[in-house]
Structures are given as structure tokens and as C-alpha cells.
Design a protein around this ligand. Structure first.
Ligand SMILES: *Cc1c(COP(=O)(O)O)cnc(C)c1O
Length: 359
């Protein structure tokens, strides 16, 4: 039976990408060698790396003012690397606390300088995106998490700030056009919308670097990777190859405007059912803040004991990964770029069938 993969990450990738990646694992471009066993300095891999960068620039509409880096260590390493590279000990950075990932970024940044949390939805269990706050002009940057993977909220409008934005876009990068000029740095773990785990994409404006007084270990200094074009050491060859295939897929399918249209249609289909179905209720209090990538919902009040039965029904229909994160409970349907609307329709039909049986 076809599986509909609603996992939050590592997550669904386009089927064509998976087929090409499998082929390259056996014989890459007719070399008689696997992509897994060739040098990261070979002309063949250099071409992959170059194409991946060109595609990122093309898809995101990047000017030459930005550098594109393919790093390791996950988004979690960016929590400290951003602060280590951008924030001096006596300086201050402003942060928004909109979920577990934001909170982790804040904790790590505090090791390097002062952090002011200027906006937070923590007291309301992260059920909305804060609005109507000021970012102080003396902040070095303002850090936000564009999509809160666990709680199911997403910025649909960027805050006006007098300082550059630094964004964790791990779970919604390339799901919609990016207003790049507002950002000094964007980072994203690959395993949600880009490719396999083990790769972290960083887009950075080099003019914001080199302004802190501390010594930065070579590997953790963005300038190292800019100067060496992501090959200071062995980069994650296979994840970069798969990411490049995904970028090709995004471009061939209409780029970010088309991704946005596709993602909006999927999200609308699912949320419409969450709102209409008497057995379910959404947990994001301000509907305008709902994530188009990760839809969170729970059993309606008084129906909590039906949770297991719903998950069983999802499984029977081939819908995988619908169980909510342990800190939220209930359900989470992740609908990243690669998911077709047909899969969302299958889940919606399960929800309807569930209400008929138990409603
Ligand atoms: C998954 C996720 C992370 C963690 O990514 P790792 O690559 O596992 O370190 C960080 N931020 C957000 C928004 C995420 O969705």
C-alpha cells in the first residue's frame, strides 16, 4: 500500500529525487563508481556543489551580496554558531521565543553575549506568533524561528526591525518566496524540506561577519567556509547531492511561487477539515498564525480517549507520522513541499470517516 508520509523530519522527499539518488548510490553519472565513494574534490562532485549553489541562488533570488554554505552539525549547531560569529560579549541580540527551537537558540546565544527576549508566546504554550513589539535598535540582530515545527505556528509577515533578521528556517525553507533583503543570515537543517539529515544550509551576508573580538575555532567561523566554498573539510557529499536534486525539482516545478501555491492549497484542505470536524480541534489560537508545513490538532474536548483509535485508522490508510510531538500531544500532519495534495486528501478522508464512525 502507498504510504503517505506526514513525518516532521527526517521527512518526505520527491519520489523522482529518491530514484535518482538511489541510482547515484550505485553508479554516479556512468562513472562506474558510487556517489558515496568519490572524492569531494573530484570534478564530478565539484560540479554537483556548484550546481547546488547556483540553484539555491536562482530559487531564492539571491544577489551576490549573499554567500551560500553547505555545513554540518544540524540547525542545532547554528544556535551557537550564529551568536559566536555575530554577537560580542558585551553586545545584545534580540530574540523571539516562539517554541522549543527558539528557546534552544536563546539558551545557546546566552553563552556568547546578552540576549533580550523581546517577544514570547511561552506562557500560552506557544499557541500563537507574538505581534506588536519593538526590537531595540542597539541589538546586533533579531533572531526568529520562521516556522515552529512542534507547535504548528508560522510567521506569515516578517516583523519590522531596525536590525538584520537571523532566521531558523529549518522547517519551511523554500516553501514560499523569501524576502531576502531583510535577512542577514538564514539557516536550515536539510531534513525537512531539502534532503537527508547531515546537511545544514546557511545563507549569509558576509558583511555582517568579522565584527566580534573573540577567537572563533576555524571550523566554526563562517568565513572559513565562505573562503573555501564549503570544502574546508569533507562536506556531506551525499546529502549535498540529494539536496541538489531537490533544488532541481523545486525549479522544474515552478520555483518558490509554485511551492507557496501548492502548500497553501494543502494546508487549506487540512485545516478546513480540522475546523469542520466535530471530533478535532486546532491548537493554534490565532488561525492567521497556522503553519502551512506542520498542522497541529488534538481530539475535541471530551473525546481524548479516541486518540489511539484515530492513529490506528491513519495507519490503516497508510498515513504515517501523524502522532503529535510529545510536548504537545494530539496530532501533527507535516506537509512539506514534496507532499502531494492527494496524500492530504487521504488524511482528510480518514478524519471524515472517523467522525462518521465515532461522532
Ligand atoms: C528540526 C528543527 C531543528 C533541529 O534541527 P537539527 O538539524 O536536528 O539540529 C531546529 N529548528 C527547527 C525549526 C527545526 O524544525
Amino acid at each position: 500500500m502507498k504510504k503517505h508520509n506526514f513525518s516532521a523530519g527526517p521527512a518526505i522527499l520527491p519520489a523522482t529525487v529518491m530514484e535518482q539518488a538511489s541510482q547515484a548510490a550505485l553508479d554516479f553519472n556512468g562513472m562506474g563508481l558510487s556517489i558515496l565513494e568519490i572524492s569531494h574534490r573530484s570534478p564530478e562532485f565539484t560540479a554537483v556543489l556548484n550546481e547546488a549553489e547556483v540553484l539555491v541562488r536562482d530559487i531564492a533570488g539571491l544577489s551576490d551580496d549573499y554567500a551560500v554554505l553547505f555545513l554540518q552539525g544540524g540547525a542545532s549547531s547554528q544556535f551557537f554558531m550564529t551568536a559566536m560569529n555575530l554577537l560580542d560579549e558585551h553586545e545584545m541580540a534580540a530574540y523571539a521565543d516562539t517554541g522549543s527551537w527558539s528557546a534552544k537558540a536563546i539558551k545557546e546565544a546566552r553563552n556568547f553575549g546578552k540576549v533580550e527576549v523581546v517577544a514570547s508566546s511561552k506562557e500560552q504554550n506557544y499557541t500563537f506568533i507574538p505581534k506588536g513589539y519593538e526590537v531595540p535598535a542597539n541589538a546586533k540582530y533579531f533572531h526568529l524561528t520562521s516556522n515552529n515545527t512542534i507547535f504548528g505556528t508560522q510567521y506569515h509577515k516578517w516583523p519590522e526591525t531596525p536590525v538584520p533578521l537571523v532566521a531558523d528556517m529549518s522547517s519551511d525553507i523554500f516553501s514560499r518566496p523569501i524576502d531576502m533583503e531583510r535577512f542577514g543570515l538564514i539557516y536550515a537543517g536539510a531534513q525537512k524540506n531539502i534532503g537527508p539529515a547531515g546537511l545544514t544550509l546557511v545563507i549569509v551576508r558576509p558583511d555582517i561577519l568579522g565584527k566580534v573580538s573573540r577567537t572563533i575555532p576555524t571550523m566554526l567561523d563562517y568565513r572559513t567556509h565562505i573562503a573555501k566554498k564549503s570544502t574546508f573539510n569533507t562536506p556531506p557529499v551525499f546529502p549535498i547531492y540529494v539536496a541538489m536534486l531537490t533544488f532541481r525539482w523545486i525549479k522544474a516545478n515552478g520555483g518558490l511561487p509554485a511551492m507557496a501555491t501548492r502548500n497553501a492549497a494543502k494546508a487549506q484542505l487540512l485545516y478546513q477539515e480540522v475546523d469542520a470536524n466535530p471530533l478535532f480541534t486546532g491548537i493554534v489560537t490565532d488561525k492567521a498564525d497556522r503553519s502551512q508545513m506542520n498542522a497541529t490538532f488534538v481530539m475535541a474536548p471530551g473525546k481524548e480517549e479516541l486518540q489511539g483509535a484515530f492513529l490506528d485508522m491513519c495507519k490503516e490508510a497508510g498515513c504515517i507520522g501523524v502522532k503529535g510531538h510529545r510536548s504537545v500531544g494530539g496530532f501533527r500532519a507535516s506537509m512539506y513541499n514534496a507532499m502531494d495534495i492527494e496524500s492530504v486528501q487521504v488524511l482528510v478522508d480518514v478524519m471524515k470517516g472517523f467522525a462518521e464512525k465515532y461522532g
